[in-house]
Design a protein around this ligand. Structure first.
Ligand code: COA
Length: 445
C-alpha cells in the first residue's frame, strides 16, 4: 500500500501583533500573568487592513507551491477548512484558486474544491478527505492542497478575547510524503454539545468553562476509541503529542489527563506508587463522586512529579512554542502544534525520522479525533524551509487604540476604513468588494 501523508506545510501569520502582557492586560485591568502563565499566551496575531482568510490562505499556498515546484496541474483538489467564512454558498477555496490563478499560467478548473466546517477540527477532517481520495486511487497522480485559515475573533469583552489569533496553514497531501505519513488508526469522541457556536453570526457564543470540560471529555473518548484499534498507548511510544491548542493552558490540562490514562497499569504507574500511590480505580468506590474526587487528588500529585514534568517537557511543551506567540488559529491550531514540535526537534538536532506523533484534534460542537503519524526522512528539510520565526518577529506591534480599530475593521457588521500598518510585498491582498458584494483580491509584486 502506498504511504500517504503531509508532504510539506507553510505557515502564514496575520501581520499585526497584540502584546497581551504589555498592551492588553493593563486595559483589561488584569494581571499580565493571567495571560502569560495562566493561559500560556504572550501575544495574538491579527490581520492587517488588506488581509483576511483568503489572502492568508492563498499566500501560504502560493509560497508552498513555489517551494515545492508545483503548478496547478499538480493539484487535484483544494480543501479549505475554516470557521471564519463570509459566504454561505461560495467556498473560500474558489477565492483561493482565483488568487493563485493570477500568478500561474495554468488554471484549477480540473480541481475539486470545497469547504469543511466543524469548528477547529475541520482542518484535520480536510486532511482525512485528501488522504482518503488518494488512498482510493482517485487522484490520478495529483496531490491535494489543504488550507486551514481563520481569523479567530471574539466579541469585545468576551473572556475569549485574550485567546484571539489569525493565520493560515497550507499543506500538501500526497503519496510518498516528505514530512509525515498518516496512519489508518483513528479514534473519535463525538457528541451533540453547545459549548461554542456561531448561529449565523461572526463572533462566537461561548461557554468557555464548559468548552474546556467538553474538550477533555471528548479527547478522552477519542483516546479510548483510538486504543480500541491501535492497542494501548504508552508515553514512550510518541516523540511528540500535538494537541489542538486554543491556548497552551488548555493543552496543559489535556497533557496531564492523557499521561494519567497512558501510564495506567504500566511500569510508570508502579514507579510512582511509592511517592503518590497508585491511581484510584472506579470499582474501589461506591459513589462516582468519591472516585472523581480521588482522581482529581491523584492528578494534582501527578502534575508535580519529576516523571510527569520530564515527559511533558519533552513530548508536549515543544508543541506550544508558536501558539504562545500567535494565539488561537482555530482550524490551523493543531497543525502549528505539529510544526512547532518538529521545529523544536530541528533546533535541537534530534533525529526523529521514523518516530511517531500522536495528534489530538478537537472542534467545539463537539468532536475530538486522535490519530498517529510517522515522521518521514525529508522532515528536516521541510521544517528548515519555514520562516515562521521571522514572520512572528516582523509583525507590527499595535497599541490598544489600534487594536480597537483593527477589531472593528474585521467586524463584518461594520464598515471601517483603515490605513494598513504594513506594506504588502509579493503577496495577495484584499482590495474591496465587487458588484455582487463578492470580495476582490489582487497580487501585489
Ligand atoms: N497568574 C497566574 N495564573 C492566573 C492568574 C494570574 N494572575 N490569573 C488567572 N490565572 C489562571 C487561572 O487560574 C486559569 O488557570 P486554570 O484553568 O489552570 O485554573 C487561567 O489563568 C485562566 O483564568 P480564568 O479566570 O479561568 O480566565 P477566564 O475565565 O477569563 O477565561 C477561558 C478563560 C478559557 C474560559 C476563556 O479564555 C475562553 O472563553 N476562551 C475561549 C474558549 C476556548 O478557547 N475554549 C477551549 C476549548 S476549545
Amino acid at each position: 500500500m502506498t504511504d500517504v501523508g503531509i508532504d510539506a506545510i507553510e505557515i502564514w501569520t496575520g501581520k499585526l501583533k497584540l502584546d497581551l502582557a504589555e498592551t492588553f492586560a493593563p486595559e483589561m485591568g488584569e494581571d499580565p500573568e493571567k495571560y502569560t502563565k495562566g493561559l500560556g499566551l504572550y501575544a495574538s496575531s491579527f490581520p492587517d487592513a488588506h488581509e483576511d482568510i483568503v489572502t492568508m490562505g492563498a499566500n501560504a499556498a502560493h509560497r508552498l507551491m513555489e517551494r515545492k515546484g508545483l503548478t496547478p496541474d499538480d493539484i487535484g483538489r483544494i480543501d479549505v477548512a475554516t470557521e471564519s467564512a463570509f459566504d454561505n454558498s461560495k467556498p473560500v477555496s474558489t477565492y483561493i484558486a482565483g488568487c493563485l490563478e493570477q500568478v500561474y499560467d495554468e488554471d484549477f478548473h480540473h480541481a475539486n474544491k470545497g469547504e469543511r466546517k466543524f469548528a477547529c477540527i475541520s482542518g484535520t477532517q480536510s486532511l482525512d478527505d485528501a488522504y482518503n481520495w488518494i488512498k482510493a486511487g482517485r487522484n490520478r497522480g495529483r496531490s491535494a492542497l489543504v488550507v486551514a485559515t481563520d481569523t479567530a475573533l471574539y466579541a469585545r469583552g468576551d473572556p475569549g478575547e485574550a485567546t484571539q489569533g489569525a493565520g493560515a496553514v497550507a499543506m500538501i497531501v500526497s503519496e510518498d510524503p516528505d514530512l509525515v505519513e498518516l496512519s489508518t488508526e483513528q479514534g473519535y469522541g463525538s457528541a451533540d454539545e453547545t459549548d461554542f457556536l456561531k448561529p449565523n453570526q461572526q463572533f462566537p457564543s461561548v461557554d468557555g468553562k464548559r468548552s474546556m470540560q467538553v474538550y477533555l471529555a471528548r479527547m478522552r473518548e477519542a483516546l479510548e476509541d483510538f486504543e480500541s484499534v491501535a492497542g494501548d498507548t504508552h508515553p514512550d511510544d510518541y516523540a511528540f503529542i500535538p494537541y489542538h491548542t486554543p491556548f497552551p493552558g488548555m493543552v496543559r490540562k489535556a497533557g496531564l489527563l492523557g499521561y494519567r490514562h497512558m501510564i495506567r497499569g504500566t511500569e510508570y504507574e508502579d514507579d510512582l506508587a511509592d511517592a503518590i500511590d497508585r491511581q484510584p480505580r472506579e470499582d474501589e468506590f461506591d459513589e462516582r463522586e468519591d472516585y472523581e474526587e480521588a482522581i482529581r487528588d491523584y492528578m494534582d500529585d501527578l502534575k508535580s512529579t519529576d516523571q510527569y514534568q520530564e515527559w511533558y517537557g519533552e513530548a508536549v511543551d515543544p508543541t506550544l512554542d508558536i501558539s504562545r506567540e500567535v494565539g488561537n488559529w482555530y482550524t490551523g491550531s493543531v497543525h502549528i502544534a505539529r510544526a512547532s514540535a518538529l521545529r523544536h526537534a530541528a533546533e535541537n538536532d534530534l533525529d526523529v525520522t521514523g518516530d511517531r506523533l500522536l495528534v489530538g484534534s478537537y472542534g467545539s460542537g463537539a468532536q475530538a479525533e486522535i490519530h498517529a503519524e510517522t515522521v518521514q526522512e525529508g522532515w528536516r528539510e521541510e521544517i528548515d524551509a519555514l520562516d515562521v520565526d521571522e514572520q512572528i518577529r516582523n509583525r507590527y506591534d499595535i497599541s490598544f487604540e489600534e487594536y480597537e480599530q483593527v477589531h472593528d475593521r474585521h467586524n463584518h457588521e461594520k464598515t471601517v476604513e483603515m490605513e494598513a500598518f504594513t506594506e504588502p510585498s509579493g503577496e495577495f491582498v484584499f482590495t474591496g468588494r465587487g458588484a455582487m458584494d463578492e470580495r476582490v483580491y489582487e497580487y501585489v509584486e
